[in-house]
Design a protein around this ligand. Structure first.
Ligand SMILES: [Zn+2]
Ligand SMILES: [Zn+2]
Ligand SMILES: [Zn+2]
Length: 162
């Protein structure tokens, strides 16, 4: 039963620097991925995101067949950084920074280096909804709860300083 002896010490030392802990919780290190509800690069979005290529489109460069990204600025379909990095290359060449993943329909901004919340950011919703419908054959579930979620989130996420 020697194994049991250590169990009372499982509450590790308590860190005194509470503010640092707070940063860690919401930072990238914890594995907690928080999608941004604001992005400064939305101006470059395509004006017609209700018409997009189907989710099973292959990469325009290397023809990789699935799980590609859709550039939401020019609607190019390009493969991920885990394949041939064509979406990343596209961003570097064009500064088109916002892309939608056809594998899980998340939206990523390369310039913010962060996911974007397509349910909260109005400009992203048409693309997200259209992609969802193309992929699953039905409208996404959040469509029905459109009411009053936006005000709170905007305030919460307002970056301060720097
Ligand atoms: Zn951005
Ligand atoms: Zn490719
Ligand atoms: Zn593009």
């Amino acid at each position: 039963m020697a194994d049991q002896a250590g169990s009372s010490s499982s509450h590790l030392e308590i860190h005194l620097e509470q503010e640092d802990d707070f940063d860690l919780i919401y930072g990238a290190d914890s594995g907690w991925v928080e999608a941004r509800t604001h992005c400064d690069h939305l101006a470059s979005l395509s004006s017609d995101l209700a018409h997009i290529p189907t989710p099973n489109s292959s990469c325009n460069r290397c023809q990789h067949p699935s799980e590609n990204w859709l550039c939401l600025c020019c609607k190019d379909v390009l493969c991920s950084r885990f394949v041939n990095k064509h979406m990343l290359e596209h961003y570097k060449q064009t500064t088109h920074s916002i892309a939608l993943s056809y594998s899980d329909l998340s939206v990523w901004c390369f310039a913010c280096d962060s996911y974007l919340d397509a349910q909260v950011i109005q400009q992203l919703r048409p693309a997200h909804e259209t992609a969802y419908i193309l992929k699953f054959g039905e409208a996404p579930p959040f469509r029905t709860s459109e009411s009053s979620q936006m005000e709170d989130k905007d305030v919460k996420d307002t970056p301060t300083g720097s």
